[in-house]
Design a protein around this ligand. Structure first.
Ligand SMILES: [Zn+2]
Length: 340
């Protein structure tokens, strides 16, 4: 029997008696991170890294039982030994390493290999079986240097300032918004940024995390006067489009920071004027590098372009690779975070 197998509620580990990132309530959940498609309320108890607990508390409520581990700390659960390792995706994101009877499985959760000042960098973990995400697992997805993308965002803001209109930048509320605030602060920019209400609370959680990189001040765009928004950078979740909130930005320049912006068709489909290719997921080369560095003899791809990744790995590496059916959604899965 495999160490992890999908059942109707999540990835079930029979030897440990727990589920990984369950999509329905279970007695015991081990979580990779706090995005809505990975952390759902209603389970009996949750295990996460320390850094992720405040995010989970916000999502899962005051009554949730949340146990924490430091990165790399080992915990005996049932007949398994479990440890959590940095995934570089968002604050408190972890890969889950499960050891049982001499066999090691790693579930990456969502991850990226690019630097991000707001979370611990990804650490490769050796294993026998690697369960990897595949959100952007097509050769067309190759991220530009994030420093260049931040330059482009600064230029986008400057152009809007010159024109006296808001620069409305759509981005995910958990992770991407804070990464942008920290990258802008690192550039020596010292102006406040405005945001949709959905961004405010989670950004406070980030700011309160010990050792967090400096981030620009964030002000509510909802409370701002029209004049204050002229030339302002305004962060908003995509889900705000089509709401009355967005009407005040009829004259704004708009852009979207996401891996999906690599493909022009996606920009058109979403009617986005400017695309900034900034993702919190691994691109195609980073997925392959991670598979190689894991030393795994078996790879299971989940969500996104899992078929394409599994086929490519089989054909080019000659190792066992397949698809694990899950209900995670990749970047689209971040959308539920955007509710206030
Ligand atoms: Zn995620």
């Amino acid at each position: 029997m495999a160490l992890l197998e999908p059942d109707d509620r999540g990835l079930w580990c029979a030897a440990g008696g727990f589920h990984v990132d369950p999509w329905a309530p279970v007695p015991r959940a081990v979580l990779t991170h706090g995005h809505g498609d990975h952390a759902r309320p209603g389970s009996g108890s949750y295990l996460s890294v320390i850094e992720g607990a405040p995010i989970l508390r916000r999502r899962l409520g005051d009554d949730a039982t949340i146990q924490t581990l430091a990165y790399g700390e080992r915990l005996r659960i049932g007949d398994t030994t479990v440890s959590l390792h940095p995934a570089g995706h968002v604050l408190g994101s972890a890969q889950i390493r499960i050891e049982h009877a001499g066999e090691i499985w790693v579930v990456t959760g969502d991850y990226k290999r690019d630097r991000d000042p707001t979370c611990a960098p990804f650490e490769p973990v050796r294993c026998d079986v690697l369960v990897t995400e595949a959100t952007f697992a097509l050769p067309i997805y190759r991220w530009p240097d994030p420093a260049q993308v931040i330059d482009d965002i600064v230029a986008f803001w400057d152009e809007a300032r010159d024109a006296g209109v808001p620069a409305l930048l759509f981005c995910y509320a958990l992770g991407k918004a804070q990464r942008i605030l920290a990258e802008l602060a690192a550039r020596g920019i010292d102006r406040p940024v405005h945001a949709h209400g959905a961004m405010m609370g989670i950004t406070d959680v980030y700011r309160a995390s010990p050792g967090m990189a400096p981030m620009l001040e964030l002000r509510s765009a909802t409370d701002a006067k029209k004049k204050d928004l002229e030339g302002a950078l305004v962060l908003s979740p995509l889900s705000a489009r089509g709401t009355s909130w967005i009407r005040r930005f009829s004259k704004a320049r708009s852009g979207f920071a996401s891996g999906w912006m690599q493909v022009r068709g996606d920009r058109r489909r979403r009617a986005i004027a400017r695309g900034f290719v900034l993702s919190d997921h691994a691109d195609w080369p980073a997925l392959l590098r991670t598979i190689d560095e894991s030393g795994a003899s078996r790879v299971l791809a989940t969500h996104g372009f899992a078929d394409a990744l599994a086929r490519y790995v089989r054909e080019t590496r000659g190792i066992d690779a397949g698809v694990l059916a899950t209900r995670y959604e990749g970047e689209a899965g971040a959308e539920p975070d955007e509710a206030p």
